[in-house]
Design a protein around this ligand. Structure first.
Ligand code: M6R
Length: 613
């Protein structure tokens, strides 16, 4: 997830870009850069200093030449290529005249780069984005104008993008386009803007327009013209913006948590993008570990804390089921102090959104000391966890601001399940046709999550009716169990209510003594194979006076007789259900917390990243 901005026709281009980038830092801050054009000249500055990137860029621009009426700027959340200056946007073509910025992922960048290099193009970064500059360069060389050059280039790229391009030989226009990644256009008299998000240009533009997928916009000082990928004119929808700056950074939502809950379909899609070759091989570009080594793995141990640990517990089921490998999950803070056994062939996976959780870092250090190969699963490129591991898989959930983790969880489950499929593929433990079907199924989950999100109002209704409750048990079986743990964690950390997650079958071994009228039991009951057993467990709690809330699939009528409230979700392959089932549980916890007047983005006593033991 990156932030982009552009302006044409301005008398203070550079200030507009730098101010906008500062407001877009929440989208990513691995590096930042700007490019300015005037006839015959392109000027560029970039900096890669982590959280200080925009400030460092400002310094780089102190002695920038003046008189540029057009410019583009970018703040980067690294996906392909390390967060270093060389990979910072804008990227230039071979002539240095064309400059582009890009948010998204170009899936077929490897093959495009090979083709471009064979035609003599020289690449100066390790990003997927740079191909766009060279593709545009080729069309410009054929005499096409910038708009047509961008259109032609987009016809050959696959993936997601919000892109903006400039050329010093057509200095009074910027051409921008969108597929999947957000893009808006702003206008003011004599000046036209583009941005990934409204806050970047909120105090500069007076009218705002949304660009839809596969639309290309030509921005000039006097206004803009939009076309579709076939070149036919289109009208952009004008947005009503009545937000202040803070609200705008939350994209119109009341808080970051709501924004991040709503971003879950995109988090899953981005994490899965570009992960399979044409021959069906599942691939992780950033995984620096050979197929032979992965094939030789005998046992998997996953270490993680909090929500990441729940994602890890779900992965255990997938690794065992598909790859037929013994897998266990440990709490990071326990692993290093219990004298763990690391046999030859043990693969340790450290899972952490931030990649900075000290318990998880210490755990993987211990594992490496004992000879394990370690793979990190991290949301932050070049995090400590990623750097200290032998290999890394990045989830691409985008910056998560709210302390309660939501979109990082679904992205972790998607990434880990994809790794489980890769292990199965290498070990040939399930037929290729099943892997194909599972891969397709995994790619369909984002839409199912969207459907679950659309049912927000019915979850809110249920939560509001239970606002006075104080004790909650979350039950599940199979992957419904870690989902229940995650639902309980969300409720306790956000609302400060007592909530326990349990395997449903374990209740009768003790905790059932706590069930009495007034206690709320929230059950995850979407696995058809274990459904009857779950119904029996629910009958047990119901008989003791509990109020029963059930997460159930759309077609499940048998649940109605037992449940006081049903939270419906679309059905999916059992191992994918946690990504869908967690949505009503997140919304339930959120509504309870708001109802109790809690600060959902910053719950008491907690920190987003825990860097002390
Ligand atoms: O950055 P990490 O994934 O390593 O963080 C681990 C936990 O601290 C984190 O998941 C925590 O449990 C969240 N507040 C849960 O919402």
């Amino acid at each position: 997830m990156c932030g982009i901005i552009g302006v044409v026709g301005s008398s203070d281009t550079l200030a507009t870009l730098l101010e906008g980038l500062a407001r877009l830092e929440y989208r990513g801050y691995d590096s930042a850069g700007v490019a300015l054009v005037r006839p015959g000249e392109t000027w560029r500055a970039r900096a890669a200093e982590g959280t200080e990137s925009v400030r460092a860029l400002r310094k780089e621009c102190e002695f920038a030449p003046t008189g540029f009426a057009s410019g583009i700027g970018h703040t980067r959340w690294a996906t392909h290529g390390a967060p270093v200056t060389m990979n910072a946007h804008p990227h230039l073509d071979c002539s240095g005249h064309v400059a582009i910025i890009h948010n998204g992922i170009i899936e077929n960048h490897t093959e495009l780069q090979e083709q471009l290099e064979s035609r003599g193009h020289v690449f100066t970064s390790r990003t997927d984005s740079e191909v766009l500059a060279h593709l545009i360069e080729e069309s410009r060389a054929k005499g096409l104008d910038l708009t047509e050059s961008v259109r032609q280039s987009l016809l050959v790229v696959r993936g997601a993008f919000a892109v903006a391009a400039m050329d010093a030989n057509e200095a009074d226009v910027i051409v921008a386009a969108r597929r999947v990644s957000p893009l808006i256009i702003g206008t003011a008299p004599g000046v036209t803007y583009l941005a990934s998000d409204v806050p970047a240009i909120l105090d500069r533009a007076t009218s705002f327009y949304a660009v839809n997928d596969d639309e290309i916009v030509r921005l000039a000082p006097e206004g803009f013209r939009a076309i579709d990928l076939d070149g036919a004119p289109v009208r952009l929808h004008q947005l009503t913006i009545d937000w202040d700056l803070e609200t705008a950074q939350k994209a119109g939502h009341d808080d970051f948590m709501t924004k991040e809950i709503n971003e879950q379909p995109d988090a899953i899609r981005s994490t899965l993008l570009d992960r399979r070759r044409r021959d069906g091989t599942i691939t992780f570009d950033e995984l620096r570990i050979s197929d032979e080594e992965l094939r030789d793995v005998q046992r998997v141990v996953i270490v993680a804390a909090g929500t990441s640990n729940h994602a890890a517990q779900i992965a255990k089921y997938a690794i065992e089921r598909w790859a037929r490998l013994s897998a266990e999950v440990d709490i990071s803070s326990e692993y290093r102090y219990r004298d763990p056994v690391v046999e030859i062939g043990t693969l340790v996976i450290g899972v952490s959104q931030s990649g900075e959780t000290i318990d998880t870092i210490q755990a993987i250090r211990e594992a490496r000391r004992r000879g394990a190969r370690v793979v990190a699963v991290s949301n932050i490129v070049d995090s400590s966890l990623a750097r200290e591991s032998d290999a890394v898989i990045y989830t691409r959930a985008g910056l998560e601001v709210s302390v309660a983790s939501t979109k990082a969880f679904v992205a972790q489950v998607a990434a880990l399940e994809l790794l489980a499929l890769r292990l199965a593929q290498l070990r040939e433990t399930i037929p290729a046709s099943d892997i194909d079907a599972l891969f397709q199924g995994l790619n369909a989950v984002a839409d199912q999550v969207t459907t679950a999100l659309e049912r927000r109002a019915s979850v809110e209704d249920v939560a509001k009716q239970l606002l006075g409750a104080r004790d909650f048990f979350f039950l599940g079986r199979h992957v419904g169990f870690p989902t229940a743990l995650e639902g309980a964690l969300k409720l306790k950390e956000l609302s400060y209510l007592h909530a326990e997650g349990y395997p449903a079958g374990e209740l009768k071994h003790g905790p059932l003594a706590l069930i009495e009228p007034g206690v709320i039991v929230v059950a995850v009951a979407t696995d058809p194979a274990l459904h009857e057993k779950m119904l029996s467990n629910l009958a047990e709690v119901k008989a003791r006076g509990a109020t029963v809330v059930v997460v159930a699939t759309d077609d499940d009528e048998s649940i109605d007789a037992l449940a006081d409230y049903v939270l419906r979700v679309p059905a999916t392959e059992p191992l994918f259900t946690p990504m869908v089932d967690i949505v009503p549980l997140q919304l339930f916890a959120y509504t309870m917390a708001r109802g109790l007047g809690r600060n959902v983005d910053r719950p008491r006593n907690l920190a987003k990243t825990v860097t002390v033991e």
